[in-house]
Ligand binder design. Structure first.
Ligand SMILES: [Zn+2]
Length: 141
């Protein structure tokens, strides 16, 4: 079997200066997002100014990795590049435990269809996509 056969063909992140700490933390199997030093608000995706107070002192801080499903949809279309073989699957939006509306997008296998519901508790896990790319994902607990 060639290396290529084991590689994921899903899209991979393209970290920039703003998002690199998030992806570096994921590579170390840690979930970290920006937090404002002035007011304590968590900002995700990363940005230059705090959403709550416009402060500029934003530093990445580890999270618990726990949350709950905020909303979800079952994806049947097979035309999303890299996800053709996974369909149908479940797109989820997770509200992280640290703050209301601190949201992160992930997906679940269709086998979870009977368990998925708004409010279901989840925890983070880390999907290895090859070449050092690691993507935070969530599973129902
Ligand atoms: Zn702030």
């Amino acid at each position: 079997m060639s290396d290529d056969a084991t590689k994921s063909h899903k899209p991979v992140p393209a970290p920039d200066d703003l998002s690199r700490p998030f992806w570096d933390a994921a590579r170390a199997h840690r979930l970290a997002v920006q937090r404002c030093a002035a007011c304590g608000y968590y900002n995700h995706p990363p940005r230059n100014f705090c959403d709550a107070c416009l402060g500029r002192e934003l530093a990445f801080t580890p999270l618990s990795g726990r949350g709950a499903i905020y909303t979800f949809t079952v994806m049947h279309q097979r035309d999303v590049a890299g996800f053709e073989a996974d369909a149908p699957f479940i797109n989820i939006v997770v509200e992280l435990a640290e703050q209301p509306l601190l949201l992160m997008v992930a997906n679940l296998p269709i086998g979870e269809r009977d368990r998925v519901r708004v409010g279901a508790p989840v925890e983070v896990w880390f999907e290895e996509r090859g070449d050092g790319v690691v993507v935070p994902q969530f599973r129902i607990v």
